[in-house]
Design a protein around this ligand. Sequence first.
Ligand code: MG
Length: 285
Amino acid sequence: MNRSEVEGRVSAAAVATTALLFAACASNPADRSNLDATLWVQTSAEYDAVARSVYFAAARDLPLLLADSSLTAALEQQGSYENLPAAVILDVDETALDNSPYQARLLASGEAYSSETWAQWVEEGIAEAVPGAVEFARRADRLGVTVFYVTNRRSPQEAATRVNLMDVGFPLSDDQDVLLMRGEKPEWTGAKGSRRELVSRTHRVLMLIGDDLNDFVDADGLSVAERDSLARLHSAYWGERWRMLPNPTYGSWERALFGSDFGLDRAERTEMKETHLEPRGEIND
Ligand SMILES: [Mg+2]
């Protein structure tokens, strides 16, 4: 075989390999389903306005909740709490800190979420604050209301999370542990109720702020209909003691659409999600 024949065979092999790669990509293209949601959070004036509105109203109403000692925001609060010092509980991700740059990283690289790339992002500690969140937390702090942060970031991530929160201006009390991580204590599971209960032993909880139903009431594993019922059951809390931030990029709302069945592949999840669409009538061409 002369040189040109070798080059011809190599070139044919390269073409075949490229064709195979294209076929593989065509059958399994990078997941772009989070593109619009991520861009909405990162670029829209609307997201910024909604987040600021939520926090502005929360700060405005905090003195009213502080003045009425009969009120508690925590369903877990038991016994006599009227004379306890006051606290608010904030979730961290997409409530205090904006991780949309991590979502953008995934989209830019074509990679799916993984705990490894997430841990890398957390350790970098460069998340910015959700609009309005720092101003609210500082207002609470000035009013003598302790700000607790209840997060499902894991306990080894506490130091990096603390530095990130402080860097962007959140108050963190020196007197007690106010950053309560998942797994920091054996009973601190992903369900946040046990941590809300712990805060409510020493403080009257004025307000819960989160971006997921689980930041208010344990709801994991529930169906779409069950989540809806649970949220409506507590309708008196919304907009008063409970304040919800929008998060279109991920959350238990999204898991509920495929029954939280992580054994399903992406196509199967999408198929299940589509069964939840509610069209009325049809488009007539
Ligand atoms: Mg969150």
